[in-house]
Design a protein around this ligand. Structure first.
Ligand code: SAM
Length: 332
């Protein structure tokens, strides 16, 4: 596994191969001054063992930082953080701690599918990268295992150019995104002609490329199943599991497991990030949680642990931002 301090990029992960080996120490910004819920010291958070995995101690510290933040938020029945406006304007108690999202807006990080639609309508899509993701390119051969024209799933795809690159490699590509605007932008911006069909079994529309082997389900990912979309040789997951509400992870894992063929491979890109002042997404995912979620159905291997701090993530006021890459192989 590589531990790399990667150069800076404008996306919420850098995924760049050309990093400086050894983890970078990150200075605390002024927003970390909150004494009641201080994040872990960056140097402690950066502790990794010889394999590049975070040490048990550093994981514990991160957990306590996360726990500290969640204890200070009441959660309303709709899943949102319950902070009334008076507390927002005049914080008087620890329950009034305010967190912000990637765009600097007050947010508890819980997003409904309508919230994602609003993001797309307002052009709050800075997560979209203008280059193909370095981790996908770097680990592509291990992902496809020499398969000819593998069938790829890109969950929560947005309009990622990774799908174009996969088409160029000769893959069949299936994406899913709940926001129609993003799906349409993907086809229009890449000058791909398409047809549309209303789905019969679930709410949504399927977009199919006319001349390219690409299909995008404009639907709620949690409604998909192998009965509807078939099974896949490979899955590429960037900004997908990291973006869903943490309470949906088990459901997400169930859909992924259902659509993986025996011996298929799943490349997963996730983050470690404190949530004391930053609400996410991306949401923090402990590396251990991947084995807990997928260990029964997949062999789990961590490929990378990368310091992914970049100019954008610095503006979130986070003390650290690590990117972890996993390769999961579906057991037979
Ligand atoms: C952080 S973005 C990442 C997009 C893409 N993977 C990329 O790398 O650019 C998350 C995407 O998930 C979509 N999304 C959120 N919830 C969804 C759901 N339940 N089903 C399908 N798509 C969803 C959003 O519309 C958004 O485009």
């Amino acid at each position: 596994m590589n531990t790399v301090a990667a150069p800076l990029e404008n996306g919420f992960c850098n995924g760049n191969d050309e990093g400086v080996v050894s983890a970078k120490r990150i200075k605390l910004g002024p927003q970390q001054a909150n004494e009641s819920c201080k994040p872990t010291k960056p140097a402690a958070a950066a502790a990794v063992n010889a394999n590049g995995h975070p040490t048990a101690k550093s994981t514990e510290r991160r957990k306590s930082a996360t726990a500290c933040s969640s204890e200070n938020f009441r959660v309303a029945e709709n899943g949102h953080q319950d902070v009334n406006n008076e507390e927002k304007d005049h914080p008087t108690s620890s329950a009034a701690l305010i967190r912000r999202n990637q765009d600097g807006e007050i947010s508890d990080g819980y997003l409904t599918t309508d919230d994602w639609k609003t993001k797309w309508e307002r052009g709050k899509t800075k997560f979209h990268k203008t280059q193909v993701h370095g981790m996908l390119k770097k680990h592509y051969q291990r992902l496809v295992q020499g398969r000819d024209a593998p069938r790829f799933l890109v969950p929560l795809c947005g309009k990622t150019l990774d799908m174009i690159w996969l088409l160029e490699q000769g893959c069949g590509v299936v994406g899913c995104d709940v926001v129609e605007l993003g799906v349409q932008q993907f086809f229009v911006e890449n000058k791909l002609e398409y047809t549309t069909e209303t789905l019969k079994d679930i709410d949504g529309t399927v977009y199919k490329g006319k001349d390219e082997d690409i299909t995008i389900y404009c639907a709620d990912f949690f409604k998909l199943s192998s009965a509807l979309i078939g099974q896949f040789d490979c899955i590429w997951d960037r900004g997908s599991m990291a973006a869903i509400n943490p309470s949906d992870r088990k459901r997400y894992c169930d859909v992924i497991s259902d659509v993986l063929k025996p011996d298929s491979r799943y490349l997963l890109d996730i983050f470690e990030v404190p949530h004391d002042v930053f609400s996410g997404p991306p949401h923090n995912i402990d590396p251990e949680e991947i084995t807990q979620l997928f260990g029964d159905v997949c062999r789990v291997e961590q490929l990378e642990h990368v310091d992914a701090m970049n100019p954008w993530s610095k503006t979130w006021g986070v003390a650290y931002f690590y990117e972890n890459n996993f390769l999961l192989t579906r057991k037979k």
